[in-house]
Design a protein around this ligand. Structure first.
Ligand code: UDP
Length: 196
């Protein structure tokens, strides 16, 4: 496995296409995996949040997000193949899911945001299978169980979780075994970005 390690966090050293290939394999083989994007800000958080750090170390895929990771790699004599960030990946991921018939579920952001994003996606990816969407403000009300049940019932294969770092990573880690979609990915502020 081709990796780069920075501040004890191990990244997949891959191109964007290879990253999409990992996701494709995950879906095709129904392999339950956790897929995260890590930027320098996330690395900072690992110093003060041991639980988050441990979760990153147990992730199946950690993609290097942003030039800061590239610079850090160079400084430690390592060469990253590519910057694999969620914003760049998203349209490619949607295209791949559309083409291969993988259904996507969008979980996170404030009420209305995921809905707006989905309506944009329906125009841009007319045959994309959208399993469902839901805002990310439910944990406090103890609704996690019903949310997981709802996601599972849709048969979604790719679940994007946008609660911000490190809340989303902790939620994914704690619920990974009960979530049916093979691919579960933390995407931070992506829904706000895409719908805005
Ligand atoms: N969010 C959420 N539930 C929460 C807290 C935050 O869905 O309980 C959402 C928030 O609305 C925003 C995203 O999580 O869409 C966090 O965005 P941010 O840009 O802060 O992400 P990061 O920089 O951590 O990747």
């Amino acid at each position: 496995k081709d990796t780069v390690t920075l501040l004890d966090v191990t990244f997949n050293n891959c191109t964007m296409n290879e990253a999409l290939g990992f996701i494709q394999n995950g879906v095709e083989n129904s392999n339950k995996g956790m897929y995260f994007f890590i930027n320098p800000d996330c690395l900072n958080k690992t110093f003060t949040d041991k639980y988050y750090f441990d979760i990153l170390r147990s992730a199946d895929y950690v993609f290097p997000d942003g030039v800061g990771i590239n610079i850090g790699s160079k400084m430690t004599g390592q060469t990253l193949k590519q910057n694999v960030n969620g914003t760049d990946m998203f349209p490619l991921l949607c295209s791949m899911c559309q083409q291969r018939g993988y259904s996507m579920y969008f979980l996170g952001a404030k009420p209305g945001i995921a809905a707006r994003m989905v309506s944009i996606l329906r125009e841009e990816y007319t045959s994309l299978k959208i399993a469902g969407y839901r805002d990310g403000y439910f944990q406090k009300d103890g609704e996690t169980e019903s949310v997981i049940e709802a996601v599972n019932k849709t048969g979604a294969q790719v679940l994007l979780v946008a609660f911000g770092v490190p809340v989303q990573e902790k939620w994914i880690y704690e619920n990974r075994s009960r979530l049916s979609p093979p691919v579960v990915m933390g995407v931070g502020g992506l829904f706000d970005f895409y719908s805005g």
